[in-house]
Design a protein around this ligand. Structure first.
Ligand code: UT7
Length: 330
């Protein structure tokens, strides 16, 4: 019998501190009206405090996931963390999250595919389940974007927020879970969205710090054009491959980078706004956490058997779409 990887639970966490558009108006030359109309964002959450990394949020999301699914930490086989803001370059943030959540019989590692990282990690985690060797895999998306945002750069500082979300994957023999995927990358996109320094090409120096090279660099309008086309293309491609019409889709679960990109993807799929998960107005772009945080916010509205299309676009460039048949009623 064919084994598929079903999502059997969702956990999430966003920090308490709310950074509003009004507060950003005090920091840079911008307005609530500009931010709202260009992006759909009203506020985002920030993780404050000394020595607080993405793992702090990942641990909270994973602990909640274990509790909600009545899973003991020692039952978990594997933890994959998708992040662009690891606590340190090494060891992996997934290791730190596992230790913090009491998970002591799993192997764990990080994945970096920028904003598409959660989809890549989900597809990877599903392979371990489908292979039949592993029974419980946690996929976490955790990012403390405020650690790499330049709060003097008005084009970028308005976009990002901090958060973490996690899902549990378990085997299904009834056809629930991840059923198809289209994942893509193109390294020529490197120049448009990156963090220039801090890696092996440009290790940190006083000069790289002075030049703001440890912050996100983004050529927004170029990324926007690629994102609109690519996210819509792959979502449509997965629907066609799965013979799904817009009526068959219960939810589009899009990466939350810009409401205009989300609207374009929904239009191309032919699904109305009532079928689109949206929380960008409250959290901004939390990079790897956007999709699991959508599931976390909308979990009660999901029904067993619902067809969901996850879609994302991000740095790299990377992009992709996944078809998931939802496995449970809350
Ligand atoms: O998740 C990873 C992938 N990332 C994305 O998908 C993000 C994709 N890009 C975007 O979402 C949009 O490009 C942005 C929201 C970043 C920018 O929106 P835009 O409509 O593409 O604006 P723009 O960059 O073309 O800038 C238009 C104008 C410029 O002024 P001039 O040159 O026309 O005078 C900017 O300087 O808006 C100005 N501007 C701002 N004005 C007020 C840029 N940022 C701001 C701001 N407040 N915060």
């Amino acid at each position: 019998m064919k084994i598929t990887a079903a999502i059997t639970g969702v956990g999430g966490y966003v920090p308490d501190y709310v950074l509003t558009n009004q507060e950003l108006e005090q920091l840079v030359d911008t307005t609530d009206e500009w931010i709202t109309s260009r992006t759909g964002i009203k506020e985002r959450r920030l993780l404050k405090g000394k020595d607080q990394g993405s793992s702090v949020m990942g641990i909270k999301a994973v602990k909640q996931l274990l509790e909600k699914t009545n899973t003991r930490p020692d039952e978990i086989d594997l933890v994959i963390c998708a992040t662009v803001t690891p606590d340190m370059l090494f060891p992996a943030t997934a290791n730190i999250i596992s230790a913090g959540a009491g998970i002591n019989k799993a192997f764990s590692y990080d994945m970096n595919a920028a904003c598409s990282g959660f989809l890549y990690a989900l597809a990877t985690g599903a392979q371990f389940i489908q292979g039949g060797m592993y029974k419980k895999v946690i996929v976490v998306g955790a990012d403390k974007m405020s650690a790499i945002v330049d709060y003097t750069d008005r084009a970028n500082c308005i976009l990002f927020g901090d958060g973490a979300g996690a899902v549990l994957l378990e085997p299904s023999t009834e056809g629930y879970g991840l059923l198809d995927q289209v994942l893509c990358s193109d390294g020529h996109g490197e120049q448009y969205l990156n963090q220039k320094a801090g890696g092996s090409r440009r290790p940190p120096t006083a000069e790289t710090v002075a030049n703001h090279e440890h912050y996100i660099f983004q050529e927004g309008a170029t990324v926007f054009k690629f994102a609109v086309k690519s996210m819509a293309d792959v979502a449509a491609q997965v629907m066609a491959r799965q013979n799904l019409s817009h009526d068959d889709i219960a939810w589009l679960v899009p990466h939350q980078a810009n409401k205009r990109i989300i609207d374009a993807t929904a239009n191309r799929m032919g699904v109305g706004p009532e079928k689109v998960m949206l929380n960008i107005q409250r959290y901004g772009n939390t990079t790897n956490a956007t999709i699991p945080l959508c599931l976390w916010d909308y979990e009660k509205q999901l029904h067993k058997g619902d067809n969901l299309i996850f879609a994302a676009f991000g740095g790299g460039f990377t992009w992709g779409a996944i078809h998931v048949k939802w496995a449970y009623n809350s």
